[in-house]
Design a binder for this molecule. Structure first.
Ligand code: NDP
Length: 282
């Protein structure tokens, strides 16, 4: 079974659009997402464009602020302070990575926690690890939604997450643990990675290396979630972290790249923006 994040996210966005259409009558306005892009990294430009497109589909107001690469940290913090203070802005997203002269941690921490639609603010991260209400990071949230939509049983299964980044690996491991999987987190220092990944009933790979996970590293019948977005050096086309063609026949469930985790990430960003908006209406 191939889980199409593209199809699932289209259905979820249609449901959200219907909900958002009721907001002007109920609350006097629609949710408003502010996205800040510093510089013109082509990958970041395309992500920001995708977020604006999804906002339009769902009926969310989107303001994308494009700033030159030379923008200083102080200038960026000033923009964030202004957006924090604006009662008509519900979500603030700073597109990462930022140019090297800007401290990402300071910038993320400056975002009002209640507008942190990425779920990267230290208080949101702490709340996640303490099982308190919080804004969940979009990619891990999208992965759990995909598993559930595909009817994958998570509780009691052996899940292996390859990658331990703050934005994907660690939070997805925590969410799988909260779903009662037995979770192993592997990384670049893991010895005999294949022996670890072969144990996985659910394998999540988020490392950023084209087709790194080969068929011999995956057990027959495993559920494989491929988070990676890479260029295949041989063809120049987009590809994931797993060797999809070789693994698809072995896996019981697998996500493609493109059209898998990526669209679900953007879909969850829309959901988080609506959640932040609704919390303010209570
Ligand atoms: P990071 O570079 O922050 O982290 C990569 C992780 O992979 C690290 O923990 C690293 O280990 C581990 N790793 C690297 N090489 C190996 C190896 N040879 N064996 C085992 N582990 C290894 O990446 P991100 O988590 O930000 O992103 C990972 C991928 O997911 C990228 O391709 C990115 O583009 C994609 N992505 C996709 C999203 C989507 O919506 N589809 C969203 C976010 C990311 P160590 O800690 O030891 O260095």
């Amino acid at each position: 079974m191939i889980i199409s994040g593209k199809e699932l996210s289209a259905r979820l966005k249609a449901d959200m659009a219907a909900e958002v259409a009721t907001f002007p009558a109920k609350y006097g306005r629609v949710p408003h997402l502010a996205v800040i892009l510093v510089g013109d990294d082509p990958g970041s430009v395309s992500y920001v464009t995708g977020k604006a497109k999804a906002s339009a589909e769902v009926g969310i107001r989107n303001t994308t602020l494009r700033k030159p690469a030379e923008t200083t940290e102080a200038e960026l913090l000033e923009i964030i302070a202004r957006l924090n203070a604006d009662a008509e802005v519900d979500g603030i997203l700073v597109q990462l990575p930022l140019p090297k002269h800007i401290n990402e941690e300071r910038v993320i921490a400056a975002i009002d926690k209640t507008k942190d639609v990425d779920g990267f603010h230290p208080l949101n991260v702490a709340a996640l690890w303490q099982k308190q209400p919080c804004t969940l990071p979009c990619t891990p949230k999208g992965i759990i939604k995909m598993l559930k939509a595909a009817g994958v049983e998570i509780a009691g299964r052996e899940a292996v997450v390859v990658g331990r980044s703050n934005i994907v690996g660690l939070p997805v491991a925590k969410l799988l643990l909260d779903e009662n999987a037995t979770v192993t987190v592997a990384h670049s220092r893991t010895r005999d990675l294949g022996a670890v990944t072969r144990r996985a009933g659910i394998l999540v790979v988020a490392i950023g290396r084209p087709k790194f996970v080969t068929a011999d590293m995956v057990s027959e019948g495993a559920v494989v979630i491929d988070v990676g977005v890479n260029r295949d050096p041989a063809t120049g086309k987009l590809c994931g972290d797993v060797d999809y063609a070789a693994i698809e026949p072995k896996a019981s469930v697998i996500t493609p790249v493109p059209g898998g985790v990526g669209p679900m990430t953007i879909c969850c960003l829309m959901e988080n923006t609506i959640e932040c908006f609704l919390k303010k209406q209570q």
